[in-house]
Write a protein that binds this ligand. Structure first.
Ligand SMILES: C[S@@+](CC[C@H](N)C(=O)[O-])C[C@H]1O[C@@H](n2cnc3c(N)ncnc32)[C@H](O)[C@@H]1O
Length: 278
């Protein structure tokens, strides 16, 4: 046994069950059996940083922290923020060709990006929006992870993350770093101000002043169990205009099966006309 293994606290099945219940209750995330290794890998550092000698001690410190910061850090650690620019590109073609042309007459268009992670998805949407709908339009980008949102708001990414961004868009919307910032790009002011970031937990109560013509909620429902997926889609529906579009991840199509939605394309659903706010 190596020294590291010897020193790292054991994650007992009781600890795992507690963490599983906590993350399910607070974030809707379904950590099924077999995810013990992931929990150890992601929480080991937090445990050491908190000075705890066991997971039980660490969990007690999370629960007694009235500021909520330890819980937010635990949620940050257990969420998967993997994403990239123009991920699942057919969706962006659909948005550009089928959705935005019908909205151009509006003075402004707001799109909700409901699992924005580190920002690549909302910036992709904002570039398309700026190309078609003008400067008053916005992407409302939300996520449960405070850490991911912080990175997203900075709007700075290494150059190799832009391989999927068309070169003309890269030049138009991104500033190439020089000197100490060489090798990085930063969102230019028009792009940065087209995205509004907000902390939002999809399984907690939330509200918006008006419904959206399009919602992107991609690659997050795979982490939820079926009843949670259904509740989230119900809530999305309340904030979707009749005739508006819900985009889900390509492996999440079954999550979106809902009487108020009809199939519009692969992993794209349209809210039936005549379906109100419920
Ligand atoms: C894999 S990323 C998906 C990013 C992006 N939508 C994409 O498709 O590339 C999943 C995101 O969902 C967020 N998430 C997980 N549970 C959530 C919840 N209950 N409410 C809001 N966001 C959540 C995570 O923090 C993470 O950033």
């Amino acid at each position: 046994m190596t020294e590291i293994e010897f020193n790292s606290p054991q994650l007992t099945s009781r600890d795992f069950e507690k963490i599983r219940a906590l993350i399910h209750q607070r974030a809707g995330i379904d950590l099924h059996a077999g995810k013990e290794g992931l929990v150890k890998a992601r929480l080991g550092r937090k445990l050491r940083d908190s000075g705890s000698r066991s997971y039980a001690e660490y969990l007690a410190s999370v629960e007694s922290d009235r500021t909520g910061e330890s819980l937010a850090a635990l949620i940050d650690a257990l969420t998967t923020n993997y994403t990239f620019f123009f991920r699942e590109p057919e969706h962006f073609n659909f948005l550009r060709d089928e959705v935005l042309p019908k909205l151009v007459e509006r003075p402004s268009v707001d799109i909700w990006c409901a699992a924005a992670a580190t920002g690549e998805e909302p910036y992709t949407l904002a570039m398309l929006l700026l190309e078609t709908c003008g400067l008053a339009s916005r992407v409302i980008a939300t996520d449960i992870s405070t850490q991911a949102l912080k990175q997203a708001k900075r709007g700075v990414y290494p150059a190799d993350r832009f391989e999927s961004v068309p070169p003309a868009m890269l030049r138009k919307y991104w500033l190439r770093g020089e000197g100490r910032a060489a090798g990085f790009y930063k969102a230019k002011p028009d792009l940065a101000s087209a995205v509004e970031y907000r902390h939002l937990n999809l399984i907690a109560p939330f509200s918006f002043p008006s419904p959206f013509p399009a919602i992107f909620c991609r690659n997050v429902m795979i982490y939820f169990d079926r009843p949670t997926q259904r509740r989230v889609v119900d809530r999305m529906n309340q904030f979707l205009e009749p005739g508006g579009f819900l985009f889900v991840g390509h492996s999440e199509s079954q999550c979106a099966a809902h009487p108020m939605l009809e199939f519009a394309g692969p992993a794209v659903y349209r809210k039936r006309k005549g379906a109100g706010r419920e």
